[in-house]
Design a protein around this ligand. Structure first.
Ligand code: BES
Ligand code: MN
Ligand code: ZN
Length: 503
């Protein structure tokens, strides 16, 4: 399904067949190896004809170049090479992969025209971008992309081979071990989000999470009965309208030498959100198969951390339910007691994510006593109104955590924008009959949702909530993502862990 390209790193060119890729800049310069192939004149001529200026990520494609053993020459621009930022290297990898046809064998001379060596991390990022770009979700397409009947997409799956030739190939190989683990995690998250809800109910999703056991992750799965015993009536109230029972999965990775308290990641896993009795309109409802994007990111993250043997203690907790209307479904006006004891008046059964998270947050704290919690949820349409699809909304009780997340977001391109919390918003979720109600009216919809969650976070815990409704799915296509689901969250959180909680 992933058609992952075979990426490898080399000190020198293996064989001069297939496609050659070289990098240039706005001076149309070339690195030493590319110059050695005698293509400088060809590039000048072709660039002039095609009005090619070496702008950042611009591609110049030359077929059957004379005097060259390769069948094809692809030139990719770096723009102004001294203005390159970290995220440009994965974007570059994405653009390179995008220029290649299925099954194509390509050699990239990864060198900068200005002579500065491309570092091992940057080279690994090129590979990461290529792998992420190559992903497409076509499991249910019975025809190949080439239009041939009945090949079940096999032709489309023929992977690209990308040999990256660079001075720092040794360091790149080392960096690639971790980078490919992160790519796998992001693609796993995309797979879970893209998969339709008839295939992936709460039980099936829990089984996918449990498969991380093979990587050394400790798995604990709670059934409906166990959750009843714990009093998780907020989560169970959402699930009660579905014939498919809920699950809560805790994934524990103990990579640190010490037995220190873990960092916890909590994900909303609504496998399908009809809205329940407060049912959603039909238009676009199919997108609600992705309402488990938070849980998918947590599973993808745990995969990445375990596969790269992160030296951190981390726990991932996901609440898995389906929000359906039926004779047993929860009603507006119902009052439920969450496991923490807080009572909640249900105003709108479509504000279900916060109910699931209320009990998942409680369980995380009671079981693991984390010092830091980050939750992810496709929580509100309002966050898309506020921020669009480029930034996720971030709400945080701790400035250090918020800054660390912002930094990790800028570095990986999974960006967060901080939004406010405050007692004024608590007023908006006061209930006539219970401790709080599950909606706060039209204004500040993402903030009142976050303020609701905060009621389930203990004092002294550094907590951040990421509202990923705009970024997890249906966001614009990028150099490194052509799939509906983006896998948003795996890369920023992996970076957060790597930079703050390891060793
Ligand atoms: N899952 C939705 C939020 C959502 C909307 C995610 C669009 C992705 C794309 C959430 O459960 C929801 O329905 N929220 C309501 C809250 C309202 C009833 C207070 C919303 O945003 O309208
Ligand atoms: Mn909803
Ligand atoms: Zn929802």
């Amino acid at each position: 399904m992933t058609h992952s390209p075979a990426v490898s790193f080399h000190k020198s060119t293996m064989n001069e067949t297939g496609t050659l890729i070289v990098l240039t800049d706005e001076t149309l310069g070339l690195g030493a190896a590319a110059q050695g192939l005698g293509i400088a004149d060809l590039l000048q001529k072709a660039a002039a004809t095609a009005d090619y200026k070496g702008k950042s990520l611009a591609v110049l494609d030359l077929l059957a170049p004379a005097n060259l053993a390769f069948d094809r020459l692809v030139v990719v621009g770096l723009g102004k090479a001294d203005e390159l930022v970290e995220g440009d290297w994965s974007r570059l990898g994405g653009v390179i992969l995008g220029a290649l046809r299925k099954g194509e064998k390509a050699t990239l001379h990864a060198e900068r025209p200005d002579g500065t060596a491309i570092s091992g991390d940057q080279l690994a990022d090129i590979g990461l971008g290529a792998v992420l770009r190559a992903y497409s979700f076509d499991r249910y397409k019975s025809k190949g992309k080439n239009g041939k009947d009945g090949d079940n997409g096999k032709a489309a799956k023929a992977p690209v081979t990308l040999d990256i030739v660079a001075a720092e190939s040794g360091k790149a190989k080392k960096a690639w071990v971790a980078r490919s683990a992160i790519a796998e995690g992001a693609i796993l998250a995309r797979e879970l989000v893209n998969e339709p809800a008839n295939v992936l109910g709460p039980v099936e999703f829990a089984e996918k999470a449990a498969a991380l056991e093979a990587l050394g992750v400790t798995i604990e799965t709670l059934t409906e009965k166990q959750m009843k015993k714990l009093g998780m009536r907020a989560l169970l109230g959402v699930a009660q309208g579905s014939v498919r029972p809920p699950r809560l999965v805790a994934m524990h990775w103990n990579g640190a030498k010490s037995k220190g308290k873990p960092v916890a990641f909590v994900g909303k896993g609504v496998v399908f959100d009809t809205g329940g009795i407060s049912i959603k309109p039909a238009g676009g409802m199919e997108d609600m198969k992705g309402d488990m994007g938070g849980a998918a990111a947590v599973v993808g993250l745990m995969h990445a951390l375990a596969a790269r043997k992160s030296k951190a203690n981390v726990v991932g907790i996901i609440g898995l339910v389906e929000n359906m209307p039926d004779g047993n479904a929860q009603r507006p006006g119902d009052i439920v007691a969450a496991a923490s004891g807080v009572t909640i008046e249900i105003i709108n059964t479509d504000a279900e994510g916060r109910l699931v998270l209320a009990d998942a947050l409680w369980y995380a704290q009671k079981t693991y006593e984390p010092k830091v919690i980050v939750d992810l949820a496709t929580l509100t349409g309002a966050i898309m109104v506020a921020l669009g699809t480029d930034y996720a909304g971030m709400f945080a009780t701790d400035d250090v955590l918020a800054d660390a997340l912002s930094k990790a977001g800028e570095a990986t391109g999974e960006k967060v924008w901080r939004m406010p919390l405050g007692p004024a918003y608590d007023k908006m979720i006061e209930s006539k009959f219970a401790d709080i109600k599950n909606t706060g009216g039209r204004y500040g919809g993402s903030i009142t949702a976050a303020q609701f969650l905060k009621r389930f976070v203990d004092d002294g815990v550094a907590w951040a909530h990421l509202d990923i409704a705009g970024t997890a799915m249906g966001s614009p296509q990028t150099e490194i993502n052509r799939s509906w689901a983006s896998g948003w969250g795996v890369r920023i959180l992996d970076r957060l862990v790597a930079d703050n909680y390891e060793g």
